[in-house]
Design a protein around this ligand. Structure first.
Ligand SMILES: *[C@@H]1O[C@H](CO)[C@@H](O)[C@H](O)[C@H]1NC(C)=O
Ligand SMILES: *[C@@H]1O[C@H](CO)[C@@H](O)[C@H](O)[C@H]1NC(C)=O
Ligand SMILES: *[C@@H]1O[C@H](CO)[C@@H](O)[C@H](O)[C@H]1NC(C)=O
Ligand SMILES: *[C@@H]1O[C@H](CO)[C@@H](O)[C@H](O)[C@H]1NC(C)=O
Ligand SMILES: *[C@@H]1O[C@H](CO)[C@@H](O)[C@H](O)[C@H]1NC(C)=O
Length: 947
């Protein structure tokens, strides 16, 4: 299991390098602030120094806020407000007198997961002005709430439950001109995505109140560790109206409980003091800046705490403003957590009066254990393009730009950074299209990160103290039309790429008043060394391209089968130079490149790659370079390094063989070079990188693949593998099928890459196939192969099943949370409970045919069966996936008939998920609890918002 191919290793170290660069550029802010073992981040704002402390009561570790924010000033609250009961975390705060927006950055989150955010504010007259500020709070780029400090000794606590789009979140305080923003504490708690289903990727919940009815101790606030999610439950007692009842027994969660209300909260409840009366309480809406009467989501928590004698009944109705909330009566279950709630906000009322009354049959008065009330906020706004953010952040750090550069660069529009011009599109992230850093005292070299602002049109760096060469990366910016470098100390020559852009009229370049700049091409000192350095800086920009690595496979198969084609291959004479063919626009047969196999000279490769300028990645046999054929076709050129241990003969023999494996879903080789000691392979360029990047959402600005795209990618990959298994005799086994070995082109067409591990099927006459080294990648390796050391085509089927699960779930093959678990086991457990919703990647926003997803999940689980005989063949898989795609296509033709108010589990009663329950750790839900869940969760179709 440990061994992986050179290719795999290289890809990994490549990623490491990228990570390293990212860390380095993000600067000091990243150094601390890891979540604790619960995933909690707890910040005591304004605590000086770098050392935190452990809270006596909760044993939660609080960190100092150094490293979370780079603005503001620390303060102590004034001594008169420090009372013995005041928790230490309220003693200090950080205030932000400067700048409109100031932010805290919380890192190491998991994109797409749900989190509870809590910010606390205790003014305590820290500034001796006795002036209570009002300001706004944002979570990410979305408005969270207004913070209105109501008294110097009041602790204002605000909370939001939000799905985060990235692996970091900024919580920002925005000065609205009504006093200096400050903050005392900031907490982050991870929640399972199944909790609080009203919060999803586009909608968050903002807490109005969370109350625990009838605790025995009136001051008893319940939070961590009693509540593992560290929600804060405030006591609510009114002994004039209510009697308390309680139990010391554990109150259990139902299976798939959506709220996991802690036992300590559920163990107490209230009933009306006068048994013939109702339980009544109410709340007033809290006006929002743009919504004076917001709608609310309420969650009422119930559990029976008394073991009732046979003839006793406790049954009640819930009424909102005198109208029934649910038409069915509620009968709480003994010692089971249960809840009734609405999915979408109520209609707006000036006041919300809740009355809980017993039914006519009930012999006992009503009861309630706890209530939570939320308003909703939209969280659909997405931030600026992540690549732009990374680039501009690196530029900010490098030149120590001190402007209002805090939070997201472009979003929200009214808080966009100074000196930046952004473009805003409706469904795409904002892009940086202009940057004016003229006369901004920039010094040092021109950062190559300017070359990462891929959408920039105008770049003004004039009148600074910039030195060194002009990076060639700037010529790669497709939209750049205006570049002003006048009035600096730049040296070297103008890169040819830029000159070309000037010549063809696509760029207006100004470079006057740079005394050391050489503008006459011929007399210039070639800045070779410098530009070589630049190559390495440019590396991280480039799309990582995992490149096919040719291997030890001895393939006779396809040779015979494709003999005809091989004969028609046109091999160019070795000495032909580029210059005498480029004049006619190329070789003239590039349209049929995929069936060609061309021999290149080293000289040609130099031209194609512009002297090996841009490194795309590194494989085990050397670097891979970006290049363009004479006709403009982009290619990836892998040059065998001298230190490579792959022999020249094998290299060439394999090149010859592999050019004959042609399928639209296998990355194809365009040609090779054997020129003296130089050897290289030329591949088609796959501009969209690896499938893995798309699943993780790292690529493409958080635009996730749709379900249809995923199905198509799965089908195409399956077809590629089927070809390997079927078209060759003996079959070719890939042996390292995984999401990083599936590459995508501009049209998102999938192709299998990296045949580095491929083996022909163990053939009778073939004694050379070594079967004593296990190869592959952890998380993907067939357990049977692992046990027998005999790879079969079913080993590829197994690995493909893992890839399919990744496509469905958006999760990696090995999940780190909660603890390392294989995606197979993780998905099996959930699917066994019929929980498809908990498995499907939330980034698809439910936009998929449920039956199609079930079917795909079914295929994936069959592919990953323990024993290979139970697995389908790739041919079966192709057929099944085709059906999934048809289901999806049929759905797209129909209107979405889903009822928004559907509140039950998305169980498909026809699917026999229990068959997936092959692994013993799975706890299959009991039928009766499942039913309870249905019975207990009233759908809003019967609630007050029924239309
Ligand atoms: C806050 O109080 C501590 C001691 O209680 C003191 O050491 C520290 O200097 C004070 N900080 C400020 C900013 O006044
Ligand atoms: C803040 O709260 C106070 C007291 O509740 C209220 O009078 C004031 O209008 C609020 N300020 C804003 C801006 O809503
Ligand atoms: C309780 O509420 C239900 C539903 O609103 C109503 O029909 C019924 O009359 C009420 N019963 C009493 C005793 O108040
Ligand atoms: C009351 O009990 C009767 C008989 O057991 C039943 O038919 C009726 O549905 C019950 N009513 C309610 C509101 O539960
Ligand atoms: C989130 O929930 C709201 C309300 O139920 C719904 O309108 C919206 O489409 C959901 N968004 C996603 C991404 O599921």
């Amino acid at each position: 299991m440990e061994r992986s191919t050179p290719g795999t290793m290289a890809a990994r170290s490549w990623l490491l390098l990228l990570c390293f660069v990212a860390v380095a550029t993000a600067g000091v802010l990243q150094a601390r602030a890891q979540p604790d073992s619960n995933g909690f981040i707890s910040v005591d704002c304004g605590l000086p120094g770098k050392t935190g402390f452990v809270d006596d009561k909760t044993k939660i570790s609080y960190a100092a806020d150094d490293g979370f924010t780079d603005g503001g000033a620390c303060h102590n609250i004034s001594a008169e407000y420090i009372t013995p009961g005041l928790a230490k975390r309220y003693h200090t705060l950080r205030s932000f007198p400067d700048g409109k927006r100031n932010c805290y950055t919380l890192r190491s989150l998991v994109a797409g997961l749900k989190y509870l955010f809590r910010a606390t504010f205790f003014y305590g007259n820290y500034d001796s002005l006795n002036k209570l500020p009002v300001f706004d709070l944002y979570v990410g780029v979305n408005y969270w709430t207004m913070v209105n400090i109501t008294g110097p000794g009041d602790a204002v606590i605000v909370e939001a439950i939000v799905v985060v789009p990235d692996d970091f979140v900024q919580v920002c305080l925005v000065n609205t001109g009504a006093g200096t923003p400050f903050i005392s504490g900031l907490d982050l708690r991870p929640l399972k995505n199944t909790l609080y289903p009203q919060s999803n990727a586009t909608q968050g919940l903002v807490l109005l109140g969370r109350l625990n009815f009838g605790p025995t101790d009136y001051t008893d606030v319940i939070r961590y560790p009693d509540d593992p999610h560290d929600r804060i439950w405030f006591p609510w007692v009114d002994s004039t109206k209510w009697s308390q009842i309680s139990s010391t027994k554990k109150v259990q969660d139902l299976d798939n409980d959506m709220y996991e209300t802690p036992t300590a909260v559920m163990q107490t409840a209230i009933t009306p003091r006068n048994a013939s009366r109702n339980i009544e309480f109410s709340w007033d809406p809290v006006p929002l800046p743009n919504d004076p009467t917001p709608g609310y989501i309420a969650i009422f928590h119930f559990s029976e705490l008394q073991l009732l004698p046979g003839n006793a009944v406790r049954e009640f109705y819930i009424n909102l403003n005198g109208k029934p909330w649910s038409l069915t009566a509620f009968k709480p279950e003994y010692l089971y957590n249960d809840a009734t709630f609405n999915r979408n906000p109520f209609l707006r009322y000036p006041q919300y009066n809740i009355s809980i009354n017993a039914t006519a049959n009930s012999t006992l008065p009503p009861l309630i254990n706890a209530v939570e009330v939320f308003s909703v906020i939209p969280t659909a706004t997405i931030g600026t393009d992540p690549e732009d953010v990374a680039a501009i952040t690196a530029i900010k750090e490098k030149y120590q730009v001190v402007k209002n550069w805090m939070g997201d660069p472009c979003v929200p529009k009214m808080l966009a950074w100074d000196k930046l011009t952004c473009s805003y599109a409706i469904s795409n992230p904002a892009r940086i299209i202009g940057l004016n850093l003229s006369s901004s005292s920039l010094s040092g070299e021109v950062s190559s990160y300017f070359g990462n602002l891929k959408a920039i049109q105008n770049l003004d760096l004039s009148n600074n103290k910039l030195t060194g060469p002009i990076p060639d990366a700037l010529s790669q910016l497709p939209s750049l039309t205006f570049l002003d470098l006048t009035g600096n100390q730049l040296s070297g020559s103008i890169p040819s790429g830029l000159l070309k852009r000037i010549q063809d009229g696509s760029l207006n370049l100004r470079y006057g008043n740079n005394p050391n700049l050489c503008t006459n091409g011929d007399s210039c000192q070639p800045a070779k060394k410098k530009s070589k350095l630049a190559i390495y800086i440019v590396i991280p920009i480039v799309i990582v391209l995992v490149v096919v690595i040719i291997s030890v496979a001895v393939l006779l198969c396809c040779l015979l089968r494709r003999k005809k084609q091989a004969m028609s291959n046109s091999v160019k004479p070795q000495n032909e130079t580029v210059s005498n063919v480029s004049s006619n626009g190329g070789y003239g047969h590039s349209s049929s490149l995929r069936l060609e196999n061309r021999r290149f000279t080293y000289n040609e490769l130099e031209k194609i790659t512009n002297n090996f300028q841009r490194v795309l990645g590194r494989g085990g046999f050397g670097y891979v370079y970006d290049g363009f054929l004479e006709d403009g076709t982009q290619v990836a050129v892998k040059l065998r390094s001298e230190s490579s241990n792959q022999g020249a003969k094998e290299f060439l023999a394999e090149a010859q063989i592999l050019t004959r494996i042609h399928h639209k879903n296998l990355v194809s080789m365009i040609g090779y070079c054997k020129d003296g000691e130089y050897m290289a392979l030329v591949y088609e360029y796959m501009s969209k990188g690896t499938l893995q990047e798309h699943i993780a959402g790292k690529n493409n600005n958080r635009i996730y693949l749709t379900w249809r795209e995923r199905l198509r990618i799965a089908l195409e990959s399956a077809q590629g593998l089927e070809y390997l298994h079927k078209a060759c005799n003996p079959p070719l086994i890939h042996r390292d099928v995984k999401a990083t070995n599936i590459l995508l082109n501009t049209r998102l067409e999938a192709k299998i890459a990296d045949f580095g591990l491929s083996k022909t099927f163990n053939h009778v006459n073939d004694t050379h196939v070594s079967t004593n080294t296990l190869v592959g990648t952890p998380g993907y390796v067939d357990p049977e192969y692992q046990a027998t050391m005999q790879p079969t085509t079913k080993s590829d089927v197994y690995s493909f099943g893992v890839v399919l699960l990744e496509l469905i779930t958006g999760k990696p093959s090995i999940l780190r949370e909660p603890g390392p678990i294989s995606i197979i086991q993780w998905a099996r457990q959930r699917l066994a409970r019929g929980n498809i919703e908990g498995v499907v990647d939330a980034h698809m926003h439910g936009d998929h045919d449920v039956n199609g997803v079930w079917k795909a999940a079914d295929i994936a689980l069959k592919c990953t069966a323990q024993t290979s005989t139970q697995r389908p063949t790739m041919t079966d898989v192709v057929a099944q996936l085709q059906e999934c795609l048809e289901l999806e296509d049929r759905r797209c033709g129909m209107e979405d008939t889903y009822n928004n108010f559907y509140a039950g589990n998305n169980n498909d009663p026809n699917s026999s998920y229990n068959m997936y329950n092959t692994d013993q750790s799975t706890d299959v839900s009991q039928n009766n609890t499942m039913e309870h869940n249905f019975e207990r969760v009233p759908t809003m179709a019967t609630g007050p918002v029924a239309r």
